[in-house]
Design a protein around this ligand. Structure first.
Ligand SMILES: NC(=O)c1ccc[n+]([C@@H]2O[C@H](COP(=O)([O-])OP(=O)(O)OC[C@H]3O[C@@H](n4cnc5c(N)ncnc54)[C@H](OP(=O)(O)O)[C@@H]3O)[C@@H](O)[C@H]2O)c1
Length: 320
């Protein structure tokens, strides 16, 4: 990905330093709050920013240190630490569980985002929020643009769409929403890690072959988020809704076949099945490939293919 460079430094910030402005080469560092930082995307952000020189001071929090459903906690944290950017990686992401846990999913994915929007407006904080391809109903046959109608099929998709709408309605021009899809990482639990484990344990696996989408390496999404911060500092803030996945399209079955090949597994037979043969609580879109052209042209980035990024992730999993 094309990354803007510059004089910069990433700092974590200790308790004693917390309320002092931090400087690097005479520049006052901008304070960035990351919520849900123990998840896949948050962990990738933490790892990458610790290795880069950036003009930002990052505050990584998760539900134990900052619960986004508590508006008083968000307000106090933002005010006390003079936060200028908020990256919301926190979410209720258990798609099937959400069907029965509507209240909690709504609280985290929608109500809390409305709290974040209110706080952003109050303190002039710029928000980068992450949403999902599951806002679409999957009836399209061409990649979804940001202007396409969102019509979620699941509770998860509905709550994420409600979060998007709350942010857009309340946060003036202070928001950027990145919709992503089929996220995986070396951190946390995800399809890639589950497949490698199951392929090593079982003789055969059945995998859905009629749902099309695009896998996204959370490390690439983390780079995109950092790129937007740098782009804003060096050029301008470009508020709006954007799609970000890796490039290309595949089915879960083809994704699994590629995982098997790249991981060098020769023993497990993979069998393609249809969605109706694998009943799940939540309905998923049959097609949720997203058009990336607005993102690539607005932020001047090149996005790697899903195969290339998967190769990087599996290499890291096998060598770290
Ligand atoms: N994973 C995917 O395939 C996928 C696909 C499309 C879009 N997305 C979106 O991408 C974003 C990042 O996803 P991810 O996979 O990195 O998610 P993740 O791994 O599930 O991480 C989410 C984090 O948020 C935390 N959290 C939950 N409730 C919270 C609260 N009230 N306050 C603060 N933190 C809270 C979670 O803690 P606990 O673990 O303790 O609950 C977890 O650490 C999310 O917005 C998600 O909707 C994900």
């Amino acid at each position: 990905m094309a990354i803007f460079t510059g004089i910069s430094k990433a700092l974590g910030g200790t308790e004693t330093e917390k309320h002092q402005p931090q400087f690097y080469y005479g520049l006052v560092l901008k304070n960035v709050l990351v919520t849900g930082a123990s998840g896949q995307l948050g962990s990738e952000l933490k790892e990458r920013t610790s290795r880069m020189n950036l003009p930002f001071r990052f505050f990584f929090t998760d539900v134990d240190t900052l619960d986004i459903t508590n508006i008083n906690q968000i307000d106090a944290f933002v005010a006390e630490n003079h936060i200028q950017y908020l990256i919301n990686c926190a979410a209720y992401t258990a798609v099937d569980k959400a069907e029965l846990d509507v209240e909690k999913a709504t609280m985290i994915n929608a109500t809390a985002v409305s709290h974040i929007a209110q706080t952003a407006v109050k303190y002039g904080v710029k928000v980068i929020h992450i949403s999902t391809d599951f806002v679409f109903d999957g009836t399209s046959t061409v990649p979804y643009k940001e202007t396409a109608t969102a019509q979620p099929l699941s509770v998860y998709g509905k709550t994420k769409l409600a979060g998007e709408e709350a942010l857009q309605a309340a946060a003036g021009e202070e928001w950027i929403i990145l919709r992503t899809s089929w996220l995986y990482s070396t951190f946390g639990n995800n399809f890639v890690k589950t497949m490698i484990r199951l392929m090593n344990e079982r003789e055969r696996l059945t995998i859905v072959d009629d749902q099309w989408g695009c896998p996204t390496y959370a490390a690439d999404l983390a780079e995109m988020v950092i790129h937007i911060l740098q782009f804003t500092e060096e050029q301008e803030w470009r508020s709006g809704l954007y799609h970000f996945s890796n490039n290309g399209a595949t089915t879960w079955f083809r994704f699994a076949e590629t995982i098997k090949k790249l991981a060098g597994i020769t023993t497990c037979e993979l069998i393609p099945i249809q969605s109706h043969e694998y009943p799940s609580a939540a309905r998923r879109p049959a097609y949720s490939v997203m058009d990336l052209s607005k993102t690539t042209s607005t932020f001047n980035v090149e996005i790697p293919s899903w195969e290339k990024s998967l190769e990087r992730c599996i290499h890291k999993l096998q060598n770290d």
